[in-house]
Design a protein around this ligand. Structure first.
Ligand code: DQA
Length: 146
């Protein structure tokens, strides 16, 4: 079984009530349940982490490395656009990481179009709603099975 950590950043704990016109009606728990169900089909075991705090997200990335995880799926929320520290953490642990976004960050405010974290990731999936996470699961499975 491939061990993969799914990390969600600030305000994503409010999914379901937070701007549903942009982020959809799914709660974070709903998305996590969907991923948990899909994971065995990809030979994966998932572990979930959410925090509103930058340092806690960095610690979670370090732990994923120390605990022998094989990959990371991360929605860094607004940290996407300015957290060099999270970017450095992803680069430091060298685990294949996919950045995901529910909304299409390229079709919104200008500041959202830039991710400072994506260059440290193997790829970015944006704009597919909850399916962005499913697509990341598929892509990481393909990457790790090679
Ligand atoms: C987001 C996009 C970010 O710009 C925003 O700050 C979020 C959510 C998304 O999933 O679409 O918190 O990462």
């Amino acid at each position: 079984m491939l061990k993969v950590r799914v990390i969600n950043g600030p305000n994503l704990n409010l999914l379901g009530v937070r701007e549903p016109g942009i982020y959809g009606d799914n709660t974070l728990e709903g998305i996590q349940n969907m991923l948990r169900e899909a994971a065995p089909g990809y030979g994966m075991e998932l572990d979930f982490f959410q925090s509103n705090h930058e340092g806690a997200i960095i610690d979670s990335i370090h732990e994923a490395f120390q605990q022998g995880f094989q990959g990371i799926i991360i929605n860094p929320g607004a940290f996407t656009h300015y957290s060099y520290a999270i970017r450095d953490a992803v680069s430091a642990v060298k685990l294949p990481t996919i950045e995901v976004h529910l909304s299409n960050i390229h079709a919104r405010e200008e500041f959202r179009a830039k991710s400072v974290i994506a260059p440290s990731c193997i790829g970015q999936i944006s704009g597919l709603g909850a399916d962005s996470y499913l697509a990341a699961l598929y892509a990481l499975h393909r990457k790790l099975s090679k």
